[in-house]
Design a protein around this ligand. Structure first.
Ligand SMILES: C[S@@+](CC[C@H](N)C(=O)[O-])C[C@H]1O[C@@H](n2cnc3c(N)ncnc32)[C@H](O)[C@@H]1O
Length: 334
């Protein structure tokens, strides 16, 4: 009988994956990449800017080098090409705010066991939905950073030519609405979200130069009716925080707010039918378990089925190109 065992390296790497994550989160948080925005620096100069001690900082910086975030030569550190593109503030691809949002979740992930035993989130929902001003701001600007990348692809995948009124339910930072308004000059958008969130959205939309065609509407989608007269409704990043009944109600409310022929676009991280792939989507479901009372992840085929039952003619889901894990399920109101 063969005694060949499967490779253990994947399991070993998983057991320490949080070490690598903490290097990135800490470097981002304490300003390593900000310190290097204007050129390479020696260890002592970096320590002076970020207020840390040289011996441990050398260990951190060299880990950053090993993980591909920094480069070291002639005794000086500089961002790697990827670090320069995504970690230095002010760059168009800057991800620092999104990384700070992951950082805010680090302690919460340490309570996964309690979430399983208690069946409730380990971070209070209200904390990042207006309750804590700083955490809410990080959440909204983190969503904005991510949405800038994802949204540029979304506006390519979803054709709103000839449509005039988009309602963006749970529109968060307003980034998708602003990108749609930039792309389709006849489109007027309304970002519907909780009051503490849309307050930031108004500022973000202004920086994107479309505040004349993107307005904000404070409200609660579980309680308030949707404004009507729309020919498109976008519900993005919302289904992962709602029950099946909640998702179905949102589809029905969207249908009621759409004129016949109107388009409903539901964008999210979805699993395949059966819920065991792709891996990122399944683990994302746990992240939502930890942060929202009904948090989880949905299968795109289920969402499509609910839309069909609500009177939509549905189309095959569109997948974003890797590494983006998002998918779009869409349909036309009959
Ligand atoms: C993950 S974010 C998605 C933001 C944006 N649509 C996107 O895809 O990037 C979920 C959004 O739903 C909003 N939200 C949660 N509960 C809500 C409610 N009851 N009424 C309105 N908005 C809500 C949150 O404030 C947040 O902006």
């Amino acid at each position: 009988m063969s005694d060949v065992r499967p490779d253990s390296s994947g399991i070993v790497a998983l057991s320490t994956a949080f070490w690598d994550a903490q290097v990135l989160l800490t470097a981002n948080r304490i300003g390593v990449f900000d310190a290097l925005a204007n050129g390479p620096l020696e260890l002592e100069a970096i320590c002076e800017v970020i207020g840390t001690a040289p011996r441990p900082t050398r260990l951190l910086l060299r880990s950053c080098v090993a993980l591909g975030l920094l480069e070291e030569s002639d005794g000086r550190f500089r961002p790697s090409p990827a670090g320069e593109a995504y970690l230095v503030p002010g760059k168009p691809g800057y991800l620092g705010n999104a990384i700070r949002y992951s950082d805010n979740l680090y302690d919460t992930w340490g309570h996964l066991e309690q979430a399983l035993r208690e069946d409730r989130p380990q971070m209070a929902n209200e904390t990042y939905l207006g309750g804590d001003a700083g955490v809410t701001r990080d959440f909204v600007y983190g969503m904005h950073n991510r949405a800038l990348g994802i949204g540029r692809m979304l506006v390519e995948l979803v054709d709103l030519a000839g449509r005039n009124r988009l309602l963006d339910i749970g529109g968060g930072p307003g980034t998708y609405s602003a990108l749609f308004a930039q792309r389709f000059p006849d489109l007027v958008c309304r970002v519907f979200d909780l009051p503490g969130v849309v307050a930031h959205a108004a500022d973000i939309v202004k920086t994107m130069g479309v505040s004349d065609r993107v307005e904000t509407a404070p409200g609660d989608y579980t309680v308030d009716e949707f404004p009507d007269g729309n020919d498109a409704v976008l519900i993005s990043g919302v289904f992962h925080r709602e029950t099946e009944a909640g998702c179905r109600t949102l589809i029905e409310k969207a249908g009621a707010s759409l004129d016949p022929g109107g388009m409903l676009i539901i964008c999210d991280v979805f699993t395949d039918a059966g819920g065991t792939s792709p891996a990122f989507a399944t683990v994302f479901g746990l992240n939502m378990l930890l942060t929202a009372p009904d948090g989880g992840v949905r299968a795109d085929a289920d969402v499509s089925g609910w839309m069909k039952e609500a009177g939509f003619e549905t189309h095959s889901p569109a997948h974003f190109p890797p590494p983006m894990p998002h998918r779009v399920v869409w349909g036309i109101r009959r």
